[in-house]
Write a protein that binds this ligand. Structure first.
Ligand code: SF4
Ligand code: SF4
Length: 59
């Protein structure tokens, strides 16, 4: 698997929903910043499809 999840911090409204749908717990919301653990992420795209404001992209 290649690529990485890019977070558009200007769009993200910190709903935390993506954290809950990630199958490998690669996402963590700390206050208003979403972090992606690139070691854990398997690039499944679930968070990208879930995000209600299109703040996530697989690049
Ligand atoms: S692409 Fe999949 S594994 Fe990676 S952070 Fe999103 S939901 Fe988790
Ligand atoms: S689902 Fe989208 S808006 Fe919600 S925390 Fe994740 S990236 Fe931010």
């Amino acid at each position: 698997m290649t690529g990485k999840i890019d977070v558009d911090r200007a769009k993200c409204c910190y709903c935390g929903g993506c954290v809950g749908v990630c199958p490998v717990n690669a996402l963590e919301l700390r206050d208003t910043i979403l972090f992606v653990d690139e070691e854990k992420c398997v690039k499944c795209g679930t968070c990208v499809k879930f995000c209600p404001v299109d703040a996530l992209r697989l690049i």
